[in-house]
Write a protein of this length. Structure first.
Length: 118
């Protein structure tokens, strides 16, 4: 599985950004695609994920109500709509894929930087 993330940049607090993750390489019906992030000086953390087949979504408590993950099966792309951004959302965001049978993320894309100014 190959993943290509894009869409990061600079936003002001309260603003919005949309990240995209183009996915290719194999049948994805048994996979979930997720976004994880690493802020400066912090451990990598889970942000959100979506099941490729059923569309079920999961979110970290810190982003519920502000960030929305979605998928476009026809385009093999997963999106992360980021609204009401906060400075603490500043991080490198990675998209990743995992077989739903496992709890670890098997495949990773390159990161995209999101910077939120106060």
């Amino acid at each position: 599985v190959q993943l290509q993330a894009s869409g990061g940049g600079l936003a002001q607090a309260g603003g919005s950004l949309r990240l995209s993750c183009a996915v290719s390489g194999r049948t994805l019906s048994t996979y979930a695609i997720g976004w994880l992030r690493r802020a400066p000086g912090k451990e990598r953390e889970f942000v959100a994920s979506v099941s490729w087949s059923g569309g079920g979504t999961y979110y970290a408590d810190s982003v519920k109500g502000r960030l929305t993950i979605s998928r476009d099966n026809a385009k093999n792309t997963v999106y992360l709509q980021m609204n009401s951004l906060k400075p603490e959302d500043t991080a490198v965001y990675y998209c990743a894929a995992r077989d739903v049978k496992y709890s670890w993320w098997n495949y990773w894309g390159q990161g995209t930087q999101v910077t939120v100014s106060s």
